[in-house]
Design a protein around this ligand. Structure first.
Ligand SMILES: Nc1ncnc2c1ncn2[C@@H]1O[C@H](COP(=O)(O)OP(=O)(O)OP(=O)(O)O)[C@@H](O)[C@H]1O
Ligand SMILES: [Mg+2]
Length: 274
């Protein structure tokens, strides 16, 4: 049995502008889902709304997590850190440089917050010896240089190193649901390979994954069971891996033609963003 992330009729506004207009999606632990769609359709907005970013206001609908024993928690109003404790992970959520904080220390705090949710600052940290053993094992599994953990967080990190950091975080946190928003089309092929291979190693029966990407490679390594197409703030089509491939090869013209109302909304959003 597995946990379920259920998104029902989700409407989200940013600064009073409605962006998502009724999104429905169900992601089970162990499933890989791809979310595709033209620029400005609302993909990143969905990722931030799921993670609980305060700028993204849910005006209607719900986000719920159901555990295998049938217990359902409505997370729509929960803070980001509470969602993280329940197993949600938005990759690329810490792109900031934190001066003087080493990769290993950051991850030790992050896993301590999740494993000992009632801990106070300075208490309840995962033991150093246990932590070192764990991070070393994960880094070996992912083919990472152990020296990496001694570096300062994101300080001077290359694109590929930032991706390594995020994959390592995911390996250590072992989320139930991971959302990867590959917004950065400027990722070089090394960075795309890092995240593609890393995710393929980590994703398994315990993880539900939502991949938002324009990179074919990521989906080649992690073939989606479901591909969702977003247009004008709603999911207009859902298919399998073949749909993702078709969109990569042929673009969104066909989708736009089949869904003129959503297309009109998308065009408005694109015009507003310019
Ligand atoms: N913080 C914000 N402030 C104002 N408008 C926003 C904000 N975030 C998103 N929007 C608007 O919401 C719409 C959807 O944006 P979003 O970033 O979710 O699109 P996307 O599908 O991720 O696009 P891309 O493929 O370019 O990453 C756009 O019109 C965008 O301008
Ligand atoms: Mg985006």
């Amino acid at each position: 049995m597995s946990s379920l992330l259920k998104i029902t009729d989700l409407h989200v506004s940013v600064a009073d502008t409605p962006i998502l207009k009724g999104v429905n999606m169900e992601i089970r632990q162990g499933e890989v889902h791809a979310l595709m769609g033209p620029n400005g359709c609302g993909k990143s907005t969905l990722a931030y709304a799921l993670a609980g970013h305060p700028k993204y206001t849910v005006t209607q609908g719900s986000i719920e997590i159901s555990s295998p024993d049938g217990e359902t928690v409505n997370i729509t109003e929960l803070e980001a850190d509470e969602r993280a404790r329940l197993g949600m992970f938005l990759a690329f959520q810490y792109p900031v440089v934190i001066p003087g904080v080493k990769v290993a220390d950051f991850i030790r705090h992050a896993i301590s917050n999740i494993r000992n949710p009632d801990r106070k600052e300075g208490e309840g940290l995962v033991g150093m010896r246990e932590f070192r053993k764990e991070i070393k094992a994960k880094m070996e599994e992912l083919g990472m240089d152990v020296e990496f953990a001694r570096r300062y967080l994101n300080d001077g990190f290359s694109g590929g190193e930032k991706k390594r950091m995020e994959i390592l975080q995911m390996a250590m946190l072992q989320p139930k649901f991971a959302i990867l928003d590959e917004t950065d089309s400027g990722l070089d092929s090394d960075a795309v390979r890092v995240v593609s291979e890393g995710l393929a190693k980590l994703a398994g029966p315990e993880m539900g994954v939502l991949i938002i990407t324009h990179h074919e490679r990521l989906l080649e390594y992690n073939p989606p069971k479901f591909t969702h197409v977003m247009l004008g703030g709603r999911i207009v089509e859902t298919g399998d891996a073949a749909l993702a491939e078709d969109l990569h090869n042929n673009g969104y013209a066909g989708v736009r033609e089949r869904h003129p109302d959503a297309d009109a909304d998308n065009a408005k959003a694109e015009a507003a963003a310019v």
